[in-house]
Design a binder for this molecule. Structure first.
Ligand SMILES: *Cc1c(COP(=O)(O)O)cnc(C)c1O
Length: 465
């Protein structure tokens, strides 16, 4: 296993203190064995109250600040023209630099609207790796997604510092093959979720801007984790060490023409999102369409208080102190696991740790669901809930009916923002180390119930003898 690359001597320590706590139920191993059996060895089917440390997702699971909670009390719940909308609009214009703002209930609401407006049947949308809801909306609008991310993104041990980069040759080839008029936009994600939270470099983004400009193609930015990406640029890219996260975030946005945002991630709220765009025509159409799918253009499916919390969350999310601790905590956990010899995807990404289940449990064939098995074992050991990202998530080939056999068979440990402490990170690491020590005794699973769509959410399993 690669050695830890940790160099800093100062801790990433939390830039906040705790004012209110949520008590957790502590369970015994016997109780957890029963619970996971009843859940069919699927962590999605556990009840949250039976989970000690919940790493299922970083979506909508952040802890809000006292300022955000105070903002909730300032909710102006008017149907039209809520004060909180104007605060949100002004905040997005200030921190991200986009001209026009349409609030949406969450990220996929914005994806639906922009896809319907820009994509015609037969269009091609190149992007730096797909995301589930983003690609689905592009397809529903008649488009086809084409992956143009660098090859390194698909390799769990490649240490490339910017595995979210676009392969410019692949993009050039796509433009040549289909023609610019078939490409309504290039979809650029910052801190690429499906690659494990891997960033795109500013240099690469600028090159994508130059290339798309030459062909008159827009860039729509999936900015769900833009602040985390900005921090990696600050740490890793020449010329950015002395810039603030806020400055880097704004520069990233300046090379794009519009954005969709799931505020449930970086923006530190439990619900919300928006569409932002610089072209007035598109804004007009979007503010018309949002009325059909989300709500009036000054609330887009959100309560006034939620827009207020989001405006405050955006400001907090681009603070260097916040993001240093956010990524510092993820890296702290990652380095502990690396030092213990546990196989994880490297470099460590922005929003979580991904265990390499093929290497962790090499004696379990992919057809016996190694990542699903590992997630269940970790829960039994300590009450830590993770999720499978492997053969179960990949689903079946519609034509042959066989499983897809993805290259990556991973367990995702996604870290909610500002929720858990360093001691929690220690518990997680100790538990995984314990499971790792006893890995040879672990047997795989057999699927006994398989739903037709997105099977990973509801599939049930039984233990192989
Ligand atoms: C979560 C997410 C979305 C979708 O946002 P929702 O708020 O869940 O609808 C889109 N893109 C990325 C990269 C995401 O992580």
């Amino acid at each position: 296993m690669a050695k830890s690359t940790k160099t800093t001597k100062r801790s990433w320590a939390e830039p906040y203190k705790i004012k209110m706590v949520e008590l957790l139920k502590m369970t015994t191993r016997e109780e957890r064995e029963k619970m996971i059996r009843e859940a069919g060895y699927n962590t999605f089917l556990l009840r949250s109250k039976d989970v000690y440390i919940d790493l299922l997702t970083d979506s909508g699971t952040s802890a809000m600040s006292d300022q955000q909670w105070a903002g909730m009390m300032l909710g102006d719940e008017a149907y039209a023209g809520s004060e909180n909308f104007y605060h949100l609009e002004e905040t997005i214009q200030n921190y991200y630099g986009y001209k026009y703002v349409i609030p949406c209930h969450q990220g996929r609401g914005a994806e639906n609207i922009i896809s319907k407006i820009l994509i015609k049947p037969g269009d091609i949308i190149p992007g730096n790796m797909y995301f589930t809801t983003t690609r689905l909306h592009q397809e529903l609008a008649g488009g086809t997604f084409v992956d143009v991310i660098v090859d390194e993104a698909h390799d769990p041990v490649n240490l490339h510092p910017f595995k979210g980069n676009v392969d410019l040759q692949k993009l050039t080839d796509v433009i040549k093959r289909y023609g610019a008029e078939k490409i309504p936009y290039v979809c650029i994600a910052t801190s690429v979720n499906m690659a494990g939270g891997q960033p795109i470099s500013m240099e690469n983004l600028k090159a994508v801007r130059k290339l798309t400009k030459k062909h008159g193609i827009r860039i729509i930015h999936d900015m769900t984790r833009v602040a985390e990406n900005a921090w990696f640029i600050k740490m890793r890219e020449k010329g950015y060490a002395n810039k603030t996260t806020a400055q880097i975030v704004k520069e990233i946005c300046s090379y794009t023409d519009g954005a969709t945002m799931s505020a449930k991630k970086d923006a530190l709220v439990n619900i919300g999102g928006f569409l932002a765009i610089n072209e007035h025509d598109i804004y007009e159409e979007a503010s018309n369409m949002v009325v059909v799918y989300e709500g009036l253009h000054t609330y887009g499916g959100m309560a006034g208080r939620d827009m207020e919390a989001m405006a405050i969350g955006i400001k907090e999310s681009v603070s260097d102190n916040h993001i240093r601790a956010r990524i510092g905590q993820v890296e702290y956990l990652g380095h502990k696991l690396i030092d213990a010899g546990v196989p994880i995807v490297q470099p460590i990404g922005g929003h979580g740790i991904f265990l390499d289940a093929k290497k962790f449990l090499p004696h379990i064939p992919q057809t016996a669901f190694p990542a699903q098995t590992l997630a269940a074992e970790i829960y039994v050991d300590s009450g830590v809930r993770s999720m499978e990202r492997g053969i179960v998530s990949a689903g079946r080939n519609k034509v042959t009916g066989d499983h897809y056999y993805p290259e990556l068979e991973l367990v995702r440990l996604t870290i909610p923002r500002r929720v858990y402490t360093q001691a929690h990170m220690d518990v997680i690491s100790e538990s995984i180390e314990e499971v790792f020590l006893n890995r040879k005794k672990i047997k795989g699973l057999k699927m006994i119930y398989e739903p037709k769509y997105l099977r990973f959410f509801q599939a049930k399993f039984t233990k192989l003898k």
